[in-house]
Design a protein around this ligand. Structure first.
Ligand code: CA
Length: 231
């Protein structure tokens, strides 16, 4: 999903400019016009990054930043302060309160977008080294480890790749041919029925404790990872 950027700014014209440019870059945007609203919108929308004006009605940007940083889990969300003040002392104060960055108004839009992108990249590293999660299944791609509800799941290399592909595309239905292409590669010839064999092994490994089957068989179509349908 596209990252959600929260704009906290009481100057309507600036909000419009920021929203327009962020959306053009492909971000989703939510906004708050004062400090108290910022705390409410943050709690409701759970944004991936906050652009936070310093001079705000109701509650200053510094106070909003301090309160956000006190909440559990908010430590990781980048907060970029926007301010008309350019003094070094203020900058230090902002960073001490827990802001990650500081942009002085008037700022250039390309520079602001570059900073937003850099901060999001820092907190959302690209998938291959990360961890995939679906329902109670966790796949650590770096360590090549799979667990279900904390229990270690033993998978052969093909089942591992199959599960990885399904976890990267949860909810989508794939034909046997599509799975062969994605998991075995287009140049390898195997019978489409081979997919059934590996799906069966994967199910067996995932469901040793009699858990809900997460893999849905779609008649005449193929397979999907889908926790909403119990087999
Ligand atoms: Ca302001």
């Amino acid at each position: 999903m596209k990252p959600l950027v929260m704009i906290v700014e009481d100057e309507a014209a600036l909000v419009t400019v920021l929203r327009y440019n962020l959306e053009k870059e492909g971000y989703r945007v939510c906004e708050a016009m004062d400090g108290e609203e910022a705390l409410t919108v943050f709690a409701e929308s759970n944004p991936d990054l906050v652009l936070l004006d310093w001079m705000l009605p109701a509650l200053s940007g510094i106070e909003v930043c301090r309160q956000l940083r006190r909440k559990p889990g908010v430590r990781e969300v980048p907060i970029v302060m926007l301010t008309a003040r350019g003094e070094e002392a203020d900058k230090v104060r902002g960073l001490n309160t827990g802001a990650d960055d500081y942009i002085t108004k008037p700022f250039s839009v390309p520079e602001l977008l570059a900073r937003v992108k850099a901060h999001l990249r820092r907190v959302q590293p690209s998938q291959p080294k990360g961890v995939l999660e679906y329902d109670t299944v966790t796949m650590d791609l770096g360590a090549h480890r799979v667990t279900r509800a904390g229990r270690h799941v033993h998978l052969g290399p093909t089942e591992f790749r199959l599960l990885r592909f399904l976890m990267q595309n949860p909810g989508s239905v794939f034909s046997r041919e599509a799975l062969l292409n994605a998991v075995w590669g287009p140049d390898i010839y195997v019978e489409p029925r081979t997919v059934d064999v590996h799906i069966r092994r994967l199910r067996k490994a995932l469901n040793t404790e009699g858990e809900v089957d997460l893999i849905r068989t779609v008649r005449a179509a193929g397979y999907a990872l889908d926790a909403s349908v119990t087999a």
